[in-house]
Design a protein around this ligand. Structure first.
Ligand SMILES: *Cc1c(COP(=O)(O)O)cnc(C)c1O
Length: 428
């Protein structure tokens, strides 16, 4: 397949946009080459500016769980747009989507809408700090909670030492309030809590990690975090920006039966429009302005187009809970097919899956945290990525990303993908 016009468009974009993109991973830096420019998308397929059709395993990094240009969402947005696109005043629609979200997700009474997952996580932490009157947070190496300062702390060497900024622009003062722990390592968390007695406001975690590949929690990990938080007056924040309304209607809380104190949403909840949200029981949410002292606001928060898209998406997921089962079956089918061909071609690999999330790591050892995710062979990944692109299959241009299965994918698409992986992995 040729990607000539995409390359030309990228060159033009680079002149006026830093790196040619509005979000770094889109630039293909980790795999080389130039990004694909999309013209349109429908169902499981992307159509690019060169006229290629690609099977899409990224789906806008998660939101399009029912496929691109899903008819009820498109219809809702078009009809809403005719009535005005933003008011900065309350609308009934906001209450409708809030009520539905509260009904679908366990253990939340109230929800506030923002414009991105980043905002949701940033606001959740501020709320946790205000509520507990403590400053520090614990996050896990390899977990991503958006690009706000407190979260841009790299995986350091010692987990008990203070984090150090991994992006210039994050001050040391901010970094010192973020403590780093190893994913799936409860003992590590317990030591951090002990060393920072009565100073920790919250533990924020992706309850199923999806930003270092897909890493499900070990048995007992989330339950252990819950217990440590309860015992030490710490709020447990589940960042379900990726997993919310994806792994179950009620997210990981429902799937794995562990309750969080604050839950963050994004991606699916906006149906493909810019939406984030955070939610908790009333006692915590009432700490937010205008009821409480913790300030949080947004000119376009609860925007009618975004809420219309999100509501149509949640209604679709709420009215047909078999979707989650179907997605899981498709993921399992794909994983089994890939497993078979990679083994037959003597490739060293590990596949992680849960629900509609899947990642392939080119390393034999189990991938359970950031360190083991980083052990994957990146040269093999690059060849894998570009090989699949030539076959018309689009996976994330980084070995640290999860693939997302959508309801629009057919078994024929999955078979085509498995055959393509067979062909590509023969060239390794
Ligand atoms: C994508 C993501 C975010 C950030 O959301 P944005 O909408 O990109 O700001 C935060 N947390 C998790 C777990 C995510 O996957």
């Amino acid at each position: 397949m040729l990607y000539k016009r995409s390359s030309q468009l990228f060159a033009e974009a680079e002149k006026v946009i830093p790196g040619g993109v509005n979000s770094p991973v889109r630039a293909f830096k980790a795999v080389g080459g130039t990004p694909i420019f999309v013209k349109s998308a429908k169902g499981a397929y992307l159509y690019d500016e060169d006229g290629n059709r690609l099977i899409d395993y990224i789906n806008s990094w998660g939101p399009m769980i029912l496929g691109h240009a899903y008819e009820p969402v498109v219809h809702a947005v078009i009809e809403k747009a005719k009535l005005g696109t933003s008011f900065g005043m309350p609308t009934e629609l906001e209450t409708q989507i809030a009520a539905l979200a509260v009904a679908m997700v366990p253990n939340i009474d109230k929800i506030r809408f923002v414009n991105s997952g980043t905002e949701a996580c940033m606001s959740a932490v501020r709320l946790a700090r205000g509520f507990t009157k403590k400053d520090k947070i614990i996050k896990f190496a390899g977990c991503y909670h958006g690009h706000s300062d407190s979260f841009l702390i790299q995986a350091g060497s010692g987990a008990i030492t203070f984090g150090s900024p991994n992006s210039p622009g994050v001050t040391a003062g901010t970094a010192k309030d973020t403590l780093l722990a190893r994913y799936n390592d409860l003992e590590n968390v317990a030591i951090l809590i002990e060393a920072n007695k009565n100073e920790i406001a919250a533990i924020i975690v992706e309850p199923v990690a999806g930003n270092m590949g897909c890493i499900p929690p070990n048995k007992g990990f989330l339950e252990g975090l819950r217990q440590l938080c309860t015992d030490n007056g710490i709020l447990l924040i589940f960042d379900e920006v990726m997993t919310g309304f994806r792994l179950a209607a009620g997210g990981v809380q429902e799937l794995l039966h562990v309750t969080a104190d604050i839950v963050c949403f994004g991606k699916v909840i906006g149906g493909g429009l810019p939406v984030g949200a955070f939610a908790a029981r009333a006692e915590i949410m009432n700490y937010l302005a205008p009821l409480g002292p913790v300030y949080q606001a947004g000119t376009l928060s609860g925007n009618p187009l975004a809420m219309a898209a999100g509501l149509a998406m949640l209604q679709a997921l709420d009215s047909d809970r078999t979707i989650f089962k179907r997605l899981e079956e498709k993921t399992a089918y794909l994983a089994a097919g890939i497993d078979k061909v990679l083994k037959a071609n003597d490739v060293t690999f590990t596949i992680n899956t849960i629900g509609s999330m899947i990642s392939i790591h080119f390393d034999a050892a189990p991938v359970v945290d950031f360190q083991t995710a980083a052990n994957g062979d990146n040269e093999t990944f690059k060849n894998f990525f570009h090989g699949l692109l030539q076959e018309g299959i689009y996976i994330a241009p980084s070995a640290y990303e999860t693939w997302f299965i959508t309801d629009a994918l057919t078994y024929a698409d999955l078979d085509f993908t498995i055959q393509a992986i067979d062909k590509v992995s023969k060239t390794f």
